[in-house]
Design a protein around this ligand. Structure first.
Ligand code: ARG
Length: 259
């Protein structure tokens, strides 16, 4: 009798240990707190509002994801070009920054499914005759450093279907998109290459500018996540899918983007 009891006890103990081991691993894969890196210089996706709070579509989306995952959330504002490195050095464990999934970044991080489709446009002065991206050759072009707009103007082929490929541009890199727009207004650069919705915001807030659309390739905004954490990617995708299906994402788009 005693022997049976001992064996049974050992079994329970082993099972408990196994279970504890499992749940510990689970905890590591899904962080207790999502620390989201962003660059709040990219309205309507992220910006600092009148009360000095970081808000925007990406922020609202991440808050909803965290709520559904029942984990805490913290937003860290930093330079766009520092986001990937911060994810690699684990200062943050997610990036929501209107970040386009591109092959170079995929070497360092994993991406969630896409939550928004965009493309690059040009901002020019109202009297500019510029029509095509290829006409940027030999011109001074302002971009936000490290963005796909930077890559496009630099002549890099960042998307599978990136067209047109622009060559011979005098690229001027700025820490924020708005700095490039100010330089354009002040007669510095001839054009700014940037994502469509932020371009529309900048033009709305600055007189004398217009947007020129050429056939730039589609870009897919995704949440960047630490490389190799399949469980986290899966969990985030599950929440994104549910939010697409139940209309939450559309509601947030209506509130922030297509106001
Ligand atoms: N979509 C572009 C990229 O991935 C620009 C993103 C800029 N985002 C920002 N929060 N400043 O490079």
């Amino acid at each position: 009798m005693r022997k049976i009891l001992t064996v049974a006890l050992a079994g329970v103990l082993a099972a408990t240990m196994l279970f504890a081991g499992c749940s510990k691993k689970e905890e590591a894969a899904i962080p207790e707190k999502i620390i989201v890196g962003t660059n709040a210089e990219f309205p309507p996706f992220e910006y600092v509002d009148d009360n000095k709070k970081i808000d925007g579509f990406d922020i609202a989306m991440m808050k909803e994801i965290a709520k559904r995952m029942d984990v805490k959330i913290e937003i860290k504002n930093m330079e766009f070009k520092s986001l990937i490195g911060s994810l690699e050095s684990k200062t943050i464990n997610a990036v929501a920054a209107g970040m386009t999934k591109d092959p170079e970044r995929m070497e360092a991080v994993d991406f969630s499914d896409s939550y928004y489709t965009s493309s690059q446009v040009m901002i020019v002065k109202k009297d500019s005759k510029l029509k095509k991206m290829t006409e940027l050759k030999g011109k001074k072009v302002g971009v936000q450093e490290g963005t796909t707009g930077d890559k496009l103007a630099t002549g890099e082929n960042f998307g599978e279907k990136q067209k047109p490929v622009v060559k011979g541009v005098d690229v001027r890199r700025f820490p924020k998109g708005v700095n490039a727009v100010m330089d354009l207004k002040n007669g510095g650069v001839d054009a700014v290459v940037i994502d469509e919705k932020p371009a529309m915001e900048f033009v709305k807030n600055n007189k004398g500018l217009k947007i020129v659309r050429d056939k730039a390739a589609e870009e897919y905004y995704c949440i960047a996540l630490p490389k190799g954490n399949e469980k986290l990617v899966k969990e985030i995708n599950k929440q994104l899918k549910a939010m697409k299906e139940d209309g939450t994402l559309d509601k947030l788009k209506a509130k922030y983007i297509d106001k």
